[in-house]
Ligand binder design. Structure first.
Ligand code: ACO
Length: 321
């Protein structure tokens, strides 16, 4: 049994913030952000829009496009580190909103790797025969947790959501063929949201993302190269088999490092970070939905999704479309 994708959806808030806009209130400029990150603009949710609000639009699209009866949904998994509340989870909010009474629901916390972790978990449930129809979502609103005076972080992130509907198939060579997940907990200190958890519920240490950019950059380059190499190997393939690589959209320099090393042509790598910045767990499914809508994925293609993030964590999934 394999899990294959039969519906996709994504959503971003309407408010566009350009590099130029940022330079009006923080000491930065368009040239620095473009050349150091590749980002040109990002989307910001307003104070009335939560992670669930973005997730529900993306999820509804994926569910409708799949034509699966909501009553037949078995499970909803949401990758997020910016849930509306510590509990209930975003996935249970979706279960209510989408009217899927027979679905179990839980969130996965793996920061920017969240979608790849959720997708791999869902695929394992399908392969084991436990569940048939699973909705997998990646959604985050990290801009709500930025220190707008810290130019080292506030220029990097944006908000968004992406979703896929999975169903089981008897075809052995279709769908998610291999997954690789990993963590390097000793590097957790390099990318932290210190306040708001049980160690600091009153947020005395602030509720802002703090990051050692250079350390995260080094890890990201290693993690992307490692996870793609391993997932391809696990599927019994080589890098030449990849038709489209969809890496986590954090920084074009991280992507270029790995693409150069792999000697992949530009046409085989999907990049949309110039429009959205780093949308954390939403980045991979948002790029996947756009790549599919742009006609960049056709039946039979080998698509590799790869991500890395706080934890530190990394994960990749190889899909035969
Ligand atoms: N505008 C202008 N100048 C800036 C800015 C800015 N926005 N940010 C930093 N600078 C300055 C620095 O102050 C420094 O100046 P100095 O030399 O006078 O001290 C100079 O630019 C170079 O700074 P570095 O930090 O060395 O810049 P670097 O080339 O390392 O780029 C960056 C920084 C973009 C953050 C990079 O390290 C990076 O992308 N790291 C990975 C980040 C990442 O992917 N994080 C997300 C992980 S996913 C998740 O789970 C959330």
């Amino acid at each position: 049994m394999r899990a294959k994708i039969i519906g996709l959806g994504s959503h971003v808030p309407p408010k566009v913030v350009t590099n130029q806009d940022l330079s009006k209130f923080v000491d930065t400029n368009d040239e620095w952000i473009r050349t150091r990150t590749g980002i040109e603009e990002r989307r910001l949710s307003d104070e009335n829009t939560s992670t669930f609000d973005l997730a529900k639009v993306a999820a509804q699209k994926a569910l409708e496009r799949s034509k699966i009866d909501p009553e037949k949904l078995d499970l909803i998994i949401v990758g997020t580190t910016t849930p509306d509340t510590l509990f209930p989870s975003v996935s249970t909010m979706l279960q209510d909103h989408l009217k899927t009474p027979n679905a179990a629901a839980f969130d996965v916390s793996a920061a920017c790797s969240g979608f790849n972790f959720a997708l791999s978990t869902a695929a394992a449930y399908v392969e084991s025969g436990s569940y048939k129809n699973i909705l997998v979502v990646g959604a985050d609103t990290l801009t709500k947790y930025l220190d707008w005076k810290d130019r080292g972080t506030c220029v990097l992130f944006g908000d968004g959501a992406g979703a896929v509907m999975l169903t089981s198939t008897e075809e052995r060579d279709r769908g998610i063929l291999a997954s690789v997940l990993g963590a390097k907990g000793e590097g957790g200190k390099h990318l932290i949201m210190p306040g708001g958890g049980s160690r600091d519920p009153e947020e005395k240490n602030g509720r802002f993302i703090t990051m050692n950019g250079k350390e995260v950059f080094k890890f990201a380059v290693w993690a992307l190269e490692h996870s793609v190499t391993e997932v391809v190997k696990k599927a019994g393939m080589t890098l030449n088999n990849i038709d489209l690589l969809i890496p986590h959209q954090a920084n074009i320099r991280i992507i270029n490092h790995v693409v150069k090393k792999f000697n992949l042509p530009e046409s085989k790598v999907y990049v949309n970070l110039q429009k959205y910045g780093n949308t954390s767990a939403a980045s991979v499914p948002l790029a996947l939905d756009e790549a599919f809508s742009d006609g960049k994925i056709k039946e039979g293609d080998v698509v590799v999704l790869a991500g890395f993030g706080a934890g530190l964590t990394y994960g990749a999934n190889l899909i035969r479309w």
